[in-house]
Every structure is written in structure tokens, then in C-alpha cells.
Ligand binder design. Structure first.
Ligand SMILES: Cc1cc2nc3c(=O)[nH]c(=O)nc-3n(C[C@H](O)[C@H](O)[C@H](O)COP(=O)(O)OP(=O)(O)OC[C@H]3O[C@@H](n4cnc5c(N)ncnc54)[C@H](O)[C@@H]3O)c2cc1C
Length: 394
């Protein structure tokens, strides 16, 4: 009998297990992961300002790169922001968690077939029991909410020449547009870059071959000479347009969830690293709620509902992006947003917008046709998006 079993050994499970083990080493924890390593194959980035000082201090052993500034590029805007940007990756997470947690707390190559509030059954029939089981298996479609997608392919490339970047370019939307398309670049060393071709799209279909070609073209256009592709990753992240968070949680009553499976991510970016840190911190400060699956379910559900409702303004911005703007003109919304003052931009990414910020974002000449903007204000407009989207995918 375990105290807690984390079902799925990705970001949210690994951070929460690490944090709980540090604060309450007497807890008998187990992480079950289907892969050979914890955390998959991702590069995770975030802004230092997304976290509190103590959260940042706690997560520091994981951080592999920090930059004092980053840049955005659009057809009519090129701007540097002097805010600290940080990055780590799955390999660093796996190394750190393997070193920190007792050996018997991690089981890789363990595929979960079935999960109830009391037990988890692996694909070979083995059954494991815990007082609290948490579903951390990453995102899954849920009919209660409506999402668009951020999808990307990224390649870490060793160059023959120096790239000359002062810091990350988190959005270079000066590239040809079809969906909202941008290239994301992280300079890991003077001659090594991660280059990601990214799209905000209605469909989740990823065209990795086309992305690879686009990355090669981008590298060439920057005057960089590729020597070797060191690593590749891809992802399709949900971008939340709205929906019924209560119904979302009713789909698996009594089974607590974490991470993307609990809708704990930034609605506009689909990023969840800061949320995973915050949730781990929150649970470590309230270990009593992990005494049973039911208590954990209610606690995390309430937190997720509150988080979802607090992001309603971001859902509205997403509806403008996906429903009011033509795909090739979506970039205008982001270009206009990145003209705003740095502290507001920081609060946006940290999901801490204030009322005045929301008004500031909306005032002025709208970047999308006003009639279309008004049509997507009510959540009922989502039905239009869902049906046009499923028609497109058919
Ligand atoms: C390539 C990529 C890059 C990203 N970059 C960023 C970024 O820069 N910043 C940011 O904040 N967010 C980023 N994200 C978004 C988000 O942070 C990640 O998706 C994050 O890993 C989500 O954490 P999670 O714990 O919800 O799920 P995951 O980390 O995906 O973990 C789920 C785990 O469950 C395992 N699993 C699934 N099914 C089973 C099963 N049946 N049995 C056993 N195990 C199972 C999976 O193998 C996986 O390891 C990125 C996502 C991707 C895909």
C-alpha cells in the first residue's frame, strides 16, 4: 500500500513527487511511467517572473539556461524585453528526480491500463494500491471544453558559425503567415540553437516534414550554417477557448488529476511549467488533502476551477485569435499586444492580469474586425467554432 501513486511520470508528477518527498520524506510515493525515462523529450521554458522568489529558488537546481533578455519580432515590431527567461529539459528533470527520490519510488516502462480511485492496473495485470492515486498522464480530449492548438516541431542545431543572438527570440512572426506562425529560438551556446517552427491552428495535425523544411529555411535565412541536428522534439498543446470546467471534472469523479490533464496550463500559450511548480508547491503546503483520492480530487478540482475561471479573459482573447481573425492575420493581435509595457506583458505570461491590464489590452483600434470581435464575446459562440472545426477536420 502506497501513500500516493502518480500515474504518468511527466512534468507535473515529477515536480510534485520531488517537492512532497523533500517536505515529507516519510510518505511512501510511487511514480509509474510508461517510457524509459521520466518527463518525455521536451525543452521547458518559463519567465522568472512567472514564479515567486521561493518557487524560483526551489526549482533552481533544474534550470539549465537563463538569459537576462528576450526578443519578439513581427512584420512591424521588433522589441527586446529585459526580463529573465529560463529553460530546462526532460533529461535534466529525469536526472534530478532519479537522484533525489528513493529508487523504489520510480518505475519506468510501466504502462497503466486502468485506473480507479483505489487502484491502478498495469498492462501486464499487476495491481497496485494507494490511499491516493493521481492521474498525471498528460492531456486528453474532453468534450466539456473547446480548444484550438499550438503545434510545433523543434530542432537543436549545432552551427558552423556563431548565431550572434543576445537572447531567446520567443516569437519571430516576420516569417510567412498562414496560421498564426512564428519561429521560436533559444540560443544554448554561441553555436547551438533550438529552433521551433510553431503554429496556432484549428487542427491538431502536425506536419513534421514540412516543419523540418521550414526550420532549415529559417536557419539559412538567418545566415546560419547548420552542422548537425542534435535533438528533435514536437508537441501539440491545447489552447483554451472556453467551456464548462465543472463538467470537465465530472468525467472521472473521484480520480484526482494533475498537469494538463487537470487543465492546469496558461490558456494562451498552452505552457504548464509554472503551473506545475505552483501546484507542487500548493500540495506540499497542504499534504493532508492527499490522505485519500477523494480529498485530493476535491482539492485539485476546486483549485483548477478557480484557475480556469480566473483565465476567462484569456479564453476571450483566444476566441478573438481563433474565431475573429483570419488565420494569416492572427499575428496582428500578438504584435499589438507586445507593444504594451513590460510589467503588463510579464503579468500576462504569469497569469496575474489585473482589471486595468485587461482594459489596457482591449482599448484602442481593435486588431480584428469589430463585428467579428463582438460575435465571439459570448461563450455560446464556441458552438460555431466547434462545428466549423470538426467540419474542417473531416
Ligand atoms: C515538446 C514540448 C515542449 C513544451 N515546452 C514547454 C515550455 O517551454 N514551457 C512550458 O511551460 N510548457 C511547455 N510544454 C507544455 C507542457 O509543459 C508539457 O506538455 C508538460 O510536459 C505537461 O506536463 P504533464 O505532467 O501534464 O504531462 P506530461 O509531462 O506529458 O506527462 C505525462 C506522462 O504520462 C505518461 N503516460 C501517459 N499515458 C501513460 C500510461 N498509460 N501509462 C504510463 N504512463 C503514461 C507519458 O509517457 C508522460 O511521461 C511543452 C510541451 C511539449 C510537448
Amino acid at each position: 500500500m502506497y501513500d500516493i501513486i502518480f500515474c504518468g511520470g511527466g512534468l507535473s508528477a515529477a515536480l510534485t513527487a520531488w517537492r512532497l518527498h523533500s517536505d515529507s520524506p516519510e510518505l511512501k510515493l510511487l511514480i509509474l511511467e510508461q517510457g524509459r525515462h521520466l518527463g518525455g523529450h521536451h525543452t521547458w521554458s518559463f519567465f522568472k517572473s512567472d514564479l515567486t522568489e521561493s518557487q524560483y529558488q526551489w526549482i533552481t537546481p533544474l534550470i539549465q539556461h537563463t538569459w537576462p533578455q528576450y526578443e519578439v519580432r513581427f512584420p512591424e515590431l521588433r522589441r527586446s524585453f529585459f526580463s529573465t527567461y529560463c529553460s530546462t529539459d526532460s533529461e535534466a528533470l529525469d536526472r534530478h528526480i532519479q537522484k533525489t527520490l528513493p529508487k523504489e519510488a520510480i518505475r519506468t516502462q510501466a504502462t497503466i491500463a486502468r485506473l480507479t480511485p483505489d487502484e491502478v492496473v498495469l498492462d501486464d495485470g499487476e495491481t497496485l494500491k494507494a490511499k491516493c492515486l493521481i492521474d498525471c498522464r498528460g492531456p486528453e480530449p474532453n468534450a466539456a471544453v473547446v480548444v484550438g492548438f499550438q503545434k510545433f516541431t523543434g530542432r537543436v542545431i549545432e552551427l558552423k558559425n556563431e548565431h550572434g543572438l543576445a537572447g531567446p527570440v520567443i516569437m519571430d512572426a516576420s516569417v510567412p503567415q498562414d496560421d498564426y506562425r512564428f519561429v521560436y529560438t533559444l540560443p544554448f551556446s554561441p553555436t547551438q540553437v533550438l529552433v521551433e517552427d510553431t503554429r496556432y491552428a484549428n487542427s491538431e495535425r502536425l506536419n513534421i516534414e514540412a516543419d523540418r523544411t521550414a526550420i532549415a529555411d529559417y536557419v539559412k535565412n538567418q545566415g546560419w550554417k547548420a552542422s548537425e541536428v542534435v535533438r528533435e522534439e514536437d508537441g501539440v498543446l491545447p489552447i483554451m477557448l472556453g467551456g464548462d470546467i465543472d463538467a470537465f471534472w465530472k468525467t472521472s469523479p473521484g480520480i484526482p488529476r494533475l498537469g494538463l490533464r487537470a487543465a492546469l496550463f496558461h490558456a494562451v500559450t498552452g505552457y504548464s511549467f509554472p503551473d506545475a511548480v505552483r501546484t507542487a508547491d500548493l500540495l506540499a503546503r497542504n499534504p493532508a488533502v492527499l490522505a485519500s483520492s477523494q480529498q485530493a480530487y476535491e482539492f485539485i478540482r476546486d483549485y483548477s476551477r478557480q484557475n480556469f475561471r480566473q483565465q476567462r479573459f484569456l479564453h476571450l482573447l483566444n476566441r478573438m485569435l481563433f474565431m475573429a481573425a483570419k488565420p494569416e492575420e492572427r499575428y496582428v493581435i500578438l504584435e499589438r499586444f507586445h507593444r504594451l509595457p513590460t510589467p503588463l506583458v510579464e503579468r500576462f505570461y504569469a497569469n496575474r492580469l489585473q482589471w486595468a491590464d485587461k482594459i489596457r489590452i482591449l482599448v484602442g483600434r481593435p486588431p480584428v474586425p469589430i463585428i467579428e470581435a463582438l460575435r465571439c464575446l459570448p461563450e455560446a459562440s464556441l458552438r460555431r467554432f466547434s462545428s466549423s472545426n470538426s467540419n474542417q477536420q473531416d
